[in-house]
Ligand binder design. Structure first.
Ligand SMILES: Nc1ncnc2c1ncn2[C@@H]1O[C@H](COP(=O)(O)OP(=O)(O)O)[C@@H](O)[C@H]1O
Ligand SMILES: [Mg+2]
Length: 435
């Protein structure tokens, strides 16, 4: 404001007059002593006045230009400060680690996540002290040399190694008027891709496992078809036996495809809360009826007890039937012959942290039990304690994976307890209202 008022002062207009005044006075004195003629004095004063006028105009133009530049620079530096502040804040608040390196691989800037990951004392130090991976360091050197973007994957950490993806971008800053030198910086971003890698691996394993599971019965069916066409062409007895095996194998493939389809349907509906009312004792009884033949085959009995009078709960009838069917089926398959299976329904009320009512269904069978190391993996797709045994009993290895997904959708949980050569108990707990 001050500058502006001084530039525009009315003094500016008078400046040529003021500067010409001493010369004019001098000329008046000289004219008085008749050293200079009056005409010459007037001409000289006029000339000086005109030159002063001209110089003053130039001077004012220059001052105006200078003022425009100063205001522009002020704006620019305010903008630079604002964008620097914005950038630092954005970098700081990003959840992924970001670093800025100079062309000698030294860390110039690091956001909070980078410091959390690599340590507090990293500034001005060589990045290779903190990421000791040769691939990453080669890529950094290449980006510094060529200016090209590079992406590298590496494992970070020794105790719990994680899959990391590093992206490197070169940032070239042009030299300024006073410093012509161009500078190259490296912007390094790190992403934790462990979960993506795991999901990818699971998908690959799943396709491989599913194909393998389907190929086994298929190969066996093809083998028997060839035998029936060739060596066993006229052997009626063998034909009958082989056809029965082929029927069993085809049924196994059907079960497998059914389980796969039902798994994908459950996954599709995973985010839709189940609605509908299910009367649990009725559901258990109807499942036991469908499995009655199997129970008789193994001379097993089932006792159902419902001391708390559990009745209706919120849930999907078909899905909860699938849960009970799979769990009782396992109890029959993996339980010892001539033993009893117990099914116990119970009600639970918890007061803390919130009032919540739930019901549990515990299914206990006597048998070989499950060694503790297998328990955490039982619900993985195709995981079996004894694959050959499960296959020979007609299992697909998908039953518990289906159970897990249905229970997740109902916001319930499942617990396995077992003692080798004694018993296995599977307890499913479901909220009264699963919505
Ligand atoms: N009640 C049980 N007693 C002993 N082992 C069990 C029991 N239930 C499940 N398992 C083990 O868990 C594995 C996975 O079960 P599941 O997913 O139902 O597959 P499947 O029954 O088709 O083999 C079974 O192969 C078996 O080894
Ligand atoms: Mg099963």
């Amino acid at each position: 404001m001050d500058q502006k008022s001084s530039y525009n002062s009315p003094l500016n207009e008078l400046r040529p007059l003021i500067y010409s005044l001493p010369v004019a006075i001098l000329l008046v004195v000289l004219t008085w002593f008749e050293t200079v003629s009056v005409a010459n004095a007037i001409i000289i004063t006029a000339l000086i006045f005109v030159s002063m006028l001209y110089l003053n105009r130039r001077y004012e133009e220059e001052i105006a230009e200078l003022r425009r530049k100063t205001i522009l620079q002020e704006h620019e530096s305010r903008d630079t400060r604002a964008s620097q502040f914005l950038l630092t804040n954005i970098m700081e608040n990003l959840t992924d680690p970001f670093l800025l390196l100079d062309s000698r691989k030294r860390i110039l800037m690091a956001n909070k996540s980078a410091i959390d990951m690599l340590g507090a004392d990293i500034l001005r130090k060589d990045i290779s002290l903190f990421i000791r991976n040769p691939d990453v360091n080669n890529a950094i050197r290449k980006t510094i040399r060529t200016g090209k973007t590079h992406t590298v994957e590496y494992m970070h950490g020794n105790v719990v190694p994680r899959n990391m993806l590093v992206r490197l971008h070169a940032l070239d800053i042009q030299g300024s008027e006073d410093n012509q030198e161009n500078k190259r910086y490296i912007f390094l971003s790190i992403y934790d891709i462990t979960l993506i890698k795991q999901a990818e691996q699971m998908r690959v394993d799943f396709v491989a496992n599913a194909s393998h599971e389907l190929r086994t019965p298929l190969a066996s069916i093809l083998g028997f078809v060839e035998t029936l066409q060739g060596p066993a062409k006229n052997d009626l007895q063998a034909q009958e036996r082989f056809l029965r095996i082929m029927h069993d194998e085809a049924s196994r493939m059907t079960r497998l495809v059914d389980d796969l389809l039902s798994l994908s349907k459950i996954e599709r509906e995973a985010h839709i809360p189940p609605e509908g009312t299910v009367h649990l004792p009725t559901l258990i009884n109807s499942v036991l009826e469908t499995l009655d033949m199997r129970l008789k085959e193994r001379n097993m009995t089932v006792t159902v007890s419902n001391p708390d009078n559990v009745g209706n709960i919120t849930g999907d009838f078909d899905q909860l039937t699938q849960v009970a069917q799979n769990l009782v089926d396992n109890a029959i398959k993996y339980g010892r012959e001539n033993t009893a299976i117990d099914v116990v329904l119970k009600k639970h009320v918890s007061e803390f942290p919130i009032h919540e009512e739930s019901v549990s269904i515990a299914i206990t069978n006597r048998g070989n039990g499950i060694p503790a190391e297998h328990i955490p993996r039982l619900m993985e797709r195709f995981y079996r304690v004894d694959t050959a045994r499960s296959r020979s009993l007609g299992g697909t290895g998908l039953g518990l994976a289906i159970v897990k997904h249905i229970i997740q959708r109902h916001k319930g949980h499942i617990l396995f307890e077992s003692e080798v050569n004694e018993y296995t108990r599977v307890t499913v707990t479901l909220p009264y209202k699963s919505g």
